[in-house]
Write a protein that binds this ligand. Structure first.
Ligand code: PGA
Length: 250
């Protein structure tokens, strides 16, 4: 299945009590009558089912922000890929920097989760990104290759896979790379995917990190950017919708 462009995904992170989350989902559902692109929201697990029900008559995709690498068992506090599917999720974010850096998730763990998510039929949004030190040292491409190579299972196909390039230093900081840097890095990620995955040319590449209504058009006009992964600005329906429209979505 080819995802229609622009692809605009909103990661709510640890935000959204039931009332706020349902109001936000409802406000998006009102706008998303017939979508020309791909719009997705990733609420916290606690309201995923309710949000999925709220938007089920629209084309809005609902996903989880993480999943465990096993399907069932004695893993207290964890949520598995089949559980996400059961709650109405169609997608999952894996390898977000707040999990890699904040919780110490390794490429090997992300790879195991990715296999579990694909086995459950979830669309995977695999996040990769360099730190500021790596960017300043000019080793960001090596870092991205290491993350992609380590997180992608051997023999994986391009189906059901989206890659989000999210420089760690741009997440939640209000700072973004220049357009020239975004174009260059997306081209590098594109080459890496073509080298690592048979048919990897078909994998959409999103940019993430401080995408806002006022920079979304410029970012999504960059060559090689198929869409964006939005954090903070996805918590406001009008802002999130205007980002989607800035990418040509209707
Ligand atoms: P931000 O987060 O838009 O708040 O920078 C992006 C992300 O973490 O995906």
């Amino acid at each position: 299945m080819r995802l229609a462009r622009p692809i605009v995904f909103g990661n709510w992170k640890m935000n959204g009590l039931r009332a706020d989350g349902l109001a936000l989902a409802g406000a998006l559902a009102q706008r998303a009558v017939r979508l020309s692109g791909t719009l997705g929201i990733f609420p916290p697990f606690t309201i995923l089912h309710a949000v999925a029900q709220r938007v089920c008559e629209t084309g809005i995709l609902v996903g989880g922000q993480d999943c465990h690498e096993k399907s069932f068992g004695a893993y207290t506090g964890s949520i598995s890929a089949p559980m996400l599917v059961d709650a109405g999720a169609k997608a999952v974010i894996l390898g977000h920097s707040e999990r890699r850096h904040g919780l110490g998730e390794t490429d090997a763990l992300v790879r195991a989760k990715l296999l579990a998510a694909r086995a459950a039929g979830l669309l995977v949004v695999l996040c990769v990104g360099e730190t500021e030190e790596e960017r300043l040292a000019g080793v960001h491409e090596e870092r991205l290759w290491a993350q992609l190579d380590g997180s992608l299972p051997e023999g994986i196909g391009p189906e059901g896979l989206v890659v989000a390039y999210e420089p760690v230093w741009a997440i939640g900081t209000g700072r973004t790379p220049t357009s020239a840097d975004i174009v260059a890095t997306h081209a590098a990620v594109r080459r890496m995917l073509a080298r690592r995955v048979v048919g990897g040319d078909a994998i959409p590449i999103l940019y993430g990190g401080s995408v806002k209504p006022d920079n979304a058009a410029e970012i999504m006009a960059c060559a090689g950017v198929d869409g964006v992964l939005v954090g903070g600005a996805s918590l406001d329906a009008a802002a999130f919708w205007s980002i989607y429209q800035a990418g040509g979505g209707a």
